[in-house]
Structures are given as C-alpha cells and as structure tokens.
Design a protein around this ligand. Structure first.
Ligand code: ZN
Length: 129
C-alpha cells in the first residue's frame, strides 16, 4: 500500500488542529494509493474516544483507519487492535507532535507495515468541462 503525500500532510494538519484531542478518520484509496480521508464527525469531543467513534460507523467501503495519539506513543491500544481487525487492512496511528516522522502504519493484526509515501496526481473532474 502507498499513501499520497498531500493526503498524509492533510492528516498531519488535522491531527495538529485537533490537539489535545484525538482525531479519527477512515481511509479510502484509488487502486493501491490512499488518497482520501473521511473525517469522523464529533471526534473533537473531549469525553469520547476517537476510536469508539470509528467503531460506531457503518461498514462503508474504506481501506482502513487513521487516528491520533496525543500522548505521542504510536503503539496500538487494545481497543485499537479490535478496531484494526474489523475496519479494513491498513491503519495509521499518528503521535504528537504530528510530524512526517511521527506516525506508524499497521496491518489488520496490529503488525507494523511499511506505507510508502508517493507523489500522486489528483485527477481533475473533467465532467464539468
Ligand atoms: Zn489509539
């Protein structure tokens, strides 16, 4: 799997702006490149876990999940591992301070996997022409 550089930068920005709260979203892909993040509504709440918000989503077609750990520790929690098992095959945890080197990607069993960052050409919507 790969992720578009612009998509990763967007994720890092949203994580930063959600701090000190958790941010969570679903990932969608074009072929084998992750190009989109569906932001989960209500993850700015301080009282509820972002992971719990992801659990409550219907099974829309996505390749995986992304969420932030304001503690900076990018290891998955017990709840995270359960989530990984049910919501797709690639899961990103971004730790504070949310830089290009402070995230880890996991497979659905919680094993760290390499996610290549690529330059992706976002297609223009030609239908409107
Ligand atoms: Zn977590």
């Amino acid at each position: 799997m790969k992720i578009a550089r612009d998509t990763l930068n967007f994720i890092l920005e949203v994580c930063k702006s959600s701090y000190p709260n958790e941010f969570a979203g679903m990932l969608s892909a074009d072929g084998d490149v992750i190009t989109d993040v569906v932001v989960v509504p209500g993850t700015e709440s301080t009282d509820e876990s972002a992971v719990m918000q992801l659990f409550m989503l219907p099974n829309i077609h996505t390749v995986g999940t992304v969420h932030s750990h304001p503690t900076g520790d990018t290891r998955p929690s017990g709840d995270d591992l359960e989530l990984f098992d049910t919501k797709g095959k690639i899961h990103i945890i971004v730790g504070a301070p949310y830089t290009i080197s402070s995230w880890t990607s996991y497979d659905n069993e919680g094993k760290p996997v390499k996610l290549q960052v690529v330059d992706y050409e976002f297609k223009e919507d030609k239908e409107n022409w």
